[in-house]
Design a protein around this ligand. Structure first.
Ligand code: ACO
Length: 384
């Protein structure tokens, strides 16, 4: 806000001004609950720790869309609907093959998802579109990653989980059980998170009575930013910068230097959590185990040194993006795909909120405080 222009304004007349809408409640939801003080997260009634231990990503999709767990038959039906929808329309595949190889994967994902709207089945309802988007997003990401490397695109399989199929399409070979479980758990942990910027975007688009593809296209654009989902790629880039420094790498000095220069350290801080992000606990455990297994202990150790320094210096904890970076790195995923994987999971939460918004809609239309001039005289163009 232009602070100098606020001088002549009686702010007591505007009790609702809140930059960043911090703490403002604009919706009710059954999709998730966050306690930022205790560090608890609940998806439609189930604590994230319970889901992390027991649920598959597909079960979480069903849960978020229906506010209850599926029975065996319902899960079977959802799995087969997802599998049937994995393929891409030929023009979307052509776009992926022909677009700029150095385009940002999140930009390609956003454009391809937007294109899908032109090819939806005429009789598809919102549920069918949510299933189609959830099924096709991994195919888009994997296809672009292979196309940009000059490799053949791998067709999706007609069986296997979302996690299994994604790793298969990405690498061209079937993943082992441990890699599939790691990916599946990452999808479970990223599925839903209240009124974050991308979900708010999706609900705002939905509230104009626009369509699901428009809402999700907007949400992907919002997630892409480094203050939101883009932070996981930024975290890995930070760690890789340290790696380039070889023996001189000093994560503590690096962290302190950033803070001294008043720069943000990616993967730390959160609008709601004022304690350790509960998702980060799970990712930290995975990061430690996988880094040891794959010979990347130094990355994990640097991460822990940064966590300790941030806590001591600023009392700020890591968020979901911090340890997810080393998890993805350890299973061989390229850093600029990390935010796409986030999107591939969060599609479940975005679409759940779309259903919820549509069922009880009101246009989202806040106000802005005008701080500009009001009575300027018109100056003819020759005199400006
Ligand atoms: N590094 C250094 N300082 C930080 C960080 C950080 N990552 N995060 C917050 N701070 C400091 C701010 O500088 C500010 O300090 P000050 O009071 O001394 O000026 C204070 O903490 C409050 O920070 P804000 O930016 O006002 O907090 P806000 O709620 O607006 O922002 C955000 C939250 C955007 C997540 C912020 O913490 C940040 O930029 N983090 C880094 C990016 C990131 O990791 N984003 C992913 C978030 S999780 C997700 O979206 C999936």
């Amino acid at each position: 806000m232009a602070e100098k222009n606020l001088q002549n304004i009686d702010l007591s007349e505007y009790p609702h001004i809140n930059r960043g809408l911090d703490g403002i409640v604009a919706f009710s939801t059954t999709k998730s609950f966050i306690d930022g003080q205790s560090g608890d997260l609940i998806y439609s009634g189930y604590h994230i720790d319970i889901l992390a231990e027991n649920a598959t990503f597909e079960e979480v999709c069903f849960l978020l869309w229906n506010d209850r767990l599926p029975n065996k038959q319902e899960l079977h039906d959802l799995n087969s609907s997802l599998r049937k929808q994995r393929g891409l329309p030929a023009p979307v595949l052509d776009y992926i093959k022909n677009t700029n190889k150095s385009a940002e994967p999140m930009a390609v994902l956003r454009s391809a998802v937007s294109m899908l709207a032109d090819f939806q089945d005429d009789d598809a309802d919102d549920t069918a579109n949510a299933i189609a988007l959830t099924a096709k997003m991994p195919t888009i990401i994997a296809a672009f990653n292979r196309a940009r490397q000059g490799k053949d695109i791998v067709e999706p399989l007609a069986d296997g989980s979302t996690a299994f199929n994604f790793l298969y399409m990405l690498n061209g070979e079937k993943p082992g059980e441990a890699a599939e479980r790691t990916m599946d758990l990452c999808l479970v942990l990223h599925a839903e998170h209240g009124m974050n910027a991308s979900t708010f975007t999706a609900r705002t688009v939905c509230a104009t009575e626009s369509d699901m593809f428009s809402a999700i296209t907007g949400a992907i654009g919002a997630l892409k930013g480094p203050l939101h989902g883009g932070a996981n790629t930024a975290v890995m880039n930070t760690l890789l910068t340290l790696k380039e420094q070889g023996e001189d790498a000093d994560p503590v000095a690096f962290t302190k230097g950033k803070l001294e220069r008043k720069e943000k350290l990616m993967g730390f801080g959160h609008r709601v959590y004022k304690t350790f992000d509960p998702r980060a606990f799970h990712l930290r455990k995975m990061s430690k185990a996988l880094s040891e297994e794959t010979g990347h202990e130094y990355l994990y150790n640097w991460s822990e040194a940064m966590v300790k320094t941030m806590k001591e210096e600023k009392n700020i904890d890591p968020n979901v993006d911090f340890f997810s970076a080393t998890v993805y790195y350890s299973i061989g995923i390229q850093p600029d795909l990390y935010t796409c994987i986030f999107a591939m999971s969060r599609i479940s939460g975005w679409t759940a909120h779309f259903f919820e918004q549509k069922a009880n809609n009101r246009l989202i239309r806040p106000r802005a405080l005008y701080v500009g001039e009001k009575n300027l005289e018109w100056t003819p163009i020759e005199e400006r």
